[in-house]
Design a protein. Structure first.
Length: 452
């Protein structure tokens, strides 16, 4: 049997300290910033109906994907997530591509969130540049992640609870002003082409949920805990998605939460725009919402930094990239080097100022992950029917097939409407695979080169 780098010699291990409540906090926290910003950019593409149609199918995608991915996470509880699953199911080549796609998703999502954090803070401190606030956030939360996973997860749980409360508060304030007619205002401005274009922004509602799998190696009794964490987080997020979508648009129509004024650039602050229509932009309630709203952005920013560190760490641990990135900090037992490198790349992306493009790039990585992981579920069931599976996806093979079909359609849609970004994304994958094929793959079966 072919050996992979992970099978050769001893490798550093992460400490187990996370329970079901912590996983719920991480799962919701990874995603919840998608309720605060980003999704509204899809309204400019497809209007209320266009985004609603794509969001409906994306919810189906995440339901079927999450249950399927849970089967993999429980059977193979490793920090590498799809990288470990695909390597076992499909071999090192597709394992590498899946792992790279995961790293692209988790490394490029935080810069977009950091920009939104900067924009929210800028409302209070207009004299401080948005990018300065965003870079400071990177430094602060990377340091917190280095300090320890339990500390990081506890912080994540606290800010996530605040963020969920804020969204419920937002819904409670705005829903009394809801008018069904506002959902019908210019609801389908660009027809079906517009609905097609909203797909990455619908994905942004839930992007990052799969990051729960990347802390499986740090989870107490992962075979039971991961299912509880994934399932409860997904249910929470679906409810919040429907509430936020309906309440925000229902106040004054979709254009009111995309453009702060006629002719202005699309806003990264849709909820404050909706609130300002009710409370004005100077009342205590408005400022309370913005203050607590920052918790949602911070929760996702901090949580995805945590997941990204584990994904990069796993690549370093098996020496697909520099082994220095696969080292565990001797004191904190966290992947400090991987976290620092991810931060440097994220800040570089942040400084480009292209939030929508960064979101789309992260979505390309996510959809690739979904496709490869669903193929892995199907292939592992055939190749290794006896593999211990503490949790099995219900309605097999229907669930993984549905997730595979919808994610493939998403990839086609994003590629056809974002050719330049698609070329950049697939270019990154191609160059990284060339590196893997030329400099890494030849060493996989050479233990002396892997563990000199």
């Amino acid at each position: 049997m072919q050996q992979t780098p992970k099978q050769v010699g001893a490798s550093p291990h992460l400490a187990r300290s996370l329970g079901p409540l912590m996983l719920w906090g991480l799962g919701v926290g990874y995603v919840i910033s998608g309720m605060y910003f980003g999704w509204n950019l899809g309204l400019a593409e497809g209007g209320t109906l266009g985004l609603a149609i794509s969001t409906f199918f994306i919810i189906i995608l995440y339901i079927t994907f999450t249950f399927s991915y849970t089967e993999l996470a429980c059977a193979i509880p490793k920090a590498g997530g799809v990288f470990d699953y695909a390597t076992k199911a499909l071999g090192p080549d597709l394992g590498f591509i899946g792992g790279m796609a995961q790293i692209i998703e988790f490394v490029f999502a935080p810069p977009a969130i950091a920009a939104a954090i900067g924009a929210y803070f800028h409302i209070f401190f207009p004299q401080i540049p948005i990018n300065a606030i965003a870079v400071l956030a990177y430094l602060l939360f990377t340091s917190l992640n280095i300090a320890g996973v339990r500390l990081a997860a506890t912080f994540e749980l606290v800010v996530t609870v605040f963020a969920v409360f804020e969204l419920l508060l937002f819904a409670g304030i705005t829903l009394p002003h809801f008018k069904a007619a506002n959902l019908q205002l210019n609801a389908f401005p660009h027809g079906w082409k517009g609905a097609w274009a909203t797909i990455p922004f619908a994905i942004w509602f839930f992007l990052g949920l799969e990051g729960v799998a990347n802390v499986a190696e740090e989870t107490i009794n992962p075979q039971k805990t991961i299912l509880k964490g994934f399932g409860s987080a997904l249910a929470t997020l679906i409810i919040l998605c429907i509430l936020v979508f309906t309440a925000a648009i229902g106040v004054g129509g979709w254009e009111a939460i995309v453009f702060s004024s006629p002719g202005a650039a699309p806003s990264d602050s849709p909820l404050p725009l909706a609130m300002s229509a009710i409370t004005g932009n100077a009342g205590w309630l408005y400022h309370l919402l913005i203050t607590i709203g920052l918790m949602g952005l911070i929760a996702s920013f901090h949580g995805i930094i945590l997941a990204a560190g584990r994904a990069t760490f796993e690549f370093g641990r098996v020496k697909y990239i520099s082994p220095a990135l696969g080292r565990v900090h001797p004191r904190f037992k966290t992947p400090a080097n991987a976290l620092l490198v991810n931060m440097a790349i994220g800040i570089a992306a942040l400084l480009t100022g292209k939030t929508a493009e960064i979101i789309t790039l992260a979505c390309f990585g996510a959809v690739t992950l979904y496709v490869i992981s669903m193929i892995s579920v199907l292939n592992l069931r055939k190749r290794e029917p006896g593999l211990p599976r503490p949790f099995k996806v219900p309605f097999y093979p229907t669930f993984p097939v549905i997730a595979l079909v919808i994610s493939s359609i998403c990839m086609l849609a994003m590629t056809s409407l974002n050719l330049q970004l698609a070329m950049i994304y697939f270019g990154i994958l191609a160059l990284s695979y060339i590196w893997f094929h030329v400099f890494v793959k030849s060493n996989i079966n050479d233990p002396e080169k892997i563990n000199p």
